[in-house]
Design a protein around this ligand. Structure first.
Ligand code: ADP
Ligand code: MG
Length: 311
């Protein structure tokens, strides 16, 4: 069996959202224990991960150091976080595999994902990233060509394009590594967004791809049987946060789509996970599961854990 596991930000940082190196290493160790448990069950695992807090931190460095060292574009930030998190995850994963006496190794790939230059996100950016700034400081960055929005009490925040992921350019490399027996970390942060130039070459663009939608695309491309979206809640929930909240168990893609249309899933958090889970099944994947780290082995072995999407 082949599983694509998407790890949310909570699996990569402290519960309070802090992303000190020691927090990230500790979180990776917890998450990779779960991955090693899956590998011990004989499952081929491809891991992908979010990078929101890490890119946010790089953007702050860009801003504060702009007069001293040249700021780097957003696609570079994506590449840097794929490399750093890949390194952290590989160390944790190799240690967890060794402890279990499993003779398999990890590999991490810098992964590019193609988007459309004409994606509506580039003319109307919607994805908030990085820290909040007071209006006067945001104005300086607007002068430099960035889009910032007034988010009320907390201040201003940068918004960028979050284009639709169309093709995981490096999926063949991921596939080859999986077939050679590696446990692969790939497509972190949804992939580094690139567009194809007229001459066929690729160029990074100023955008971020949704990690969950990127995961659904990679899952299809590497022929995963199951897409597991690991976050900090055991289930997607109806009437979330209300006294009549109700966990969703097994549901069809069409059924989950109609619940989404009723507005049960917040657009910046559970919404894209639900969309990704549905997409994978709609494109022929056998099962998607949304759950927390504690339940991922049960989710994969089919013990009815989490929110299970299958037709
Ligand atoms: P990740 O870092 O794993 O991507 P997110 O914070 O983006 O996590 O999404 C998970 C969060 O979605 C949960 O912690 C919860 O607060 C929120 N959420 C919003 N709507 C729902 C819902 N209907 N059911 C469950 N969680 C929801
Ligand atoms: Mg998220």
């Amino acid at each position: 069996m082949r599983v694509l596991l998407a790890l949310g930000g909570n699996a990569m940082t402290n519960a309070d959202g802090r992303a000190r190196p020691e927090d990230q290493i500790a979180a990776a160790e917890v998450a990779m224990e779960a991955v090693a448990d899956l590998v011990a069950e004989g499952v081929d695992v491809v891991v992908t991960h979010g990078n929101g807090p890490q890119v946010g931190n790089l953007l702050v460095k860009n801003e504060l150091a702009a007069a001293v060292v040249p700021p780097v574009p957003l696609d570079w930030c994506g590449a840097q976080t794929q490399a750093t998190l890949g390194f952290v995850l590989m160390n944790a994963l190799d240690a967890a595999l060794t402890r279990r006496g499993i003779d398999r190794r990890s590999a991490a790939t810098v992964t590019r994902t193609r988007v459309d230059r004409d994606d509506p996100g580039f003319t109307k950016p919607t994805k908030p990233i990085g820290r909040f700034l007071p209006a006067d400081e945001a104005a300086v960055l607007v002068e430099h060509g960035e889009t910032w929005e007034d988010r009320g009490e907390k201040g201003w925040r940068r918004v960028v394009a979050s284009p639709e992921p169309l093709e995981v350019i490096d999926a063949p490399a991921v596939q080859a590594l999986v077939e050679a027996g590696f446990v692969v970390v790939a497509n972190g942060g949804g992939g580094i967004p690139v567009v194809r130039r007229e001459d066929g070459s690729l160029e990074g663009v100023e955008a971020v791809i949704d990690k969950d939608l990127g995961a659904a695309l990679l899952a299809r491309t590497v022929d995963a049987d199951v897409l597991v979206i690991a976050t900090d809640v055991p289930n997607a929930v109806l009437r979330y946060g209300t006294p009549d909240a109700e966990a969703i168990g097994t549901v069809s893609a069409a059924g989950l789509r109609s619940l989404a249309a009723e507005g049960h899933f917040a657009s910046g958090s559970m919404g894209p996970k639900v969309d990704a889970a549905c997409r994978f099944v709609e494109h022929g994947g056998s099962r998607s599961v949304i759950t927390d780290l504690a339940h991922i082995v049960d989710a994969v072995t089919g013990d009815n854990a989490g929110t299970v999407v299958q037709n």
